[in-house]
Ligand binder design. Structure first.
Ligand SMILES: O=P(O)(O)OC[C@H]1O[C@H](OP(=O)(O)OP(=O)(O)O)[C@H](O)[C@@H]1O
Ligand SMILES: Nc1ncnc2[nH]cnc12
Length: 179
């Protein structure tokens, strides 16, 4: 494993049975509290954005905001928040989905994404892929193109990649770590 991967992995805390029995929660707060690790993560995700030819970064509430916003600044791109339903004041597009521990609906301001945009989606964890799949659908419905999906960590045993790859239609799915 490379130095950066070891650094990132060492700053992710496993919390058993959170938020419900049977879930091994990947807590990124130790990583966020370490400026060297947070900077290395931001730089690695910004490089993915540049390689993908992205013109905008979409971050998925809430942890995708913490990672996506500095990536957008680092890459010199605009940041578009995809929020849980009911939080955005303007005209929205919405998409319902299921995740490892429940179900939810996400929304984006319809005017924030237009035809010609190439969007990199940024999040912390890819688990079942439900959140990411819903965001791909939202971005496409807005008329934009998905340039790729970049996550800190993929939980391979939950099959998110298999679920997402058809939806991504060849756009890259980059996970810095896979467990
Ligand atoms: O691949 P999936 O099964 O969809 O799960 C992954 C999603 O779950 C977590 O978000 P959560 O909805 O718990 O929200 P949070 O970021 O507000 O904690 C995580 O940050 C991803 O967005
Ligand atoms: N096991 C997990 N840890 C952290 N975030 C998650 N989102 C979905 N599953 C998760």
């Amino acid at each position: 494993m490379t130095d950066i991967k070891e650094l990132l992995l060492s700053r992710i805390r496993d919390v058993a049975d959170y938020p419900e029995p049977g879930v091994m929660f990947k807590d990124i707060t130790p990583l966020l509290a370490d400026p060297a690790a947070f900077t290395a993560l931001t730089d690695a995700l910004a490089e993915i954005a540049e390689n993908a030819g992205a013109t905008k970064i979409v971050g998925l509430e809430a942890r995708g905001f913490i990672l996506g916003a500095p990536v957008a600044v680092r890459a010199g791109l605009g940041f578009i928040p995809v929020r849980k339903a009911g939080k955005l004041p303007g005209a929205t597009l919405g998409q319902a989905y299921d995740l490892e521990y429940g179900s939810a609906e996400i929304e984006v301001h319809a005017e924030d994404l237009v035809t010609g945009d190439r969007v990199l989606i940024v999040d912390d964890v890819l688990a079942t892929g439900g959140t990411a799949e819903a965001s791909v659908q939202l971005i496409r419905r807005a008329g934009a193109e998905v340039a790729g999906l970049a996550v800190l960590m993929e939980l391979g045993f939950l099959g998110g990649r298999t679920r997402l790859e058809p939806a991504l239609s060849g756009a890259p799915l980059e996970a810095l770590l896979t467990v």
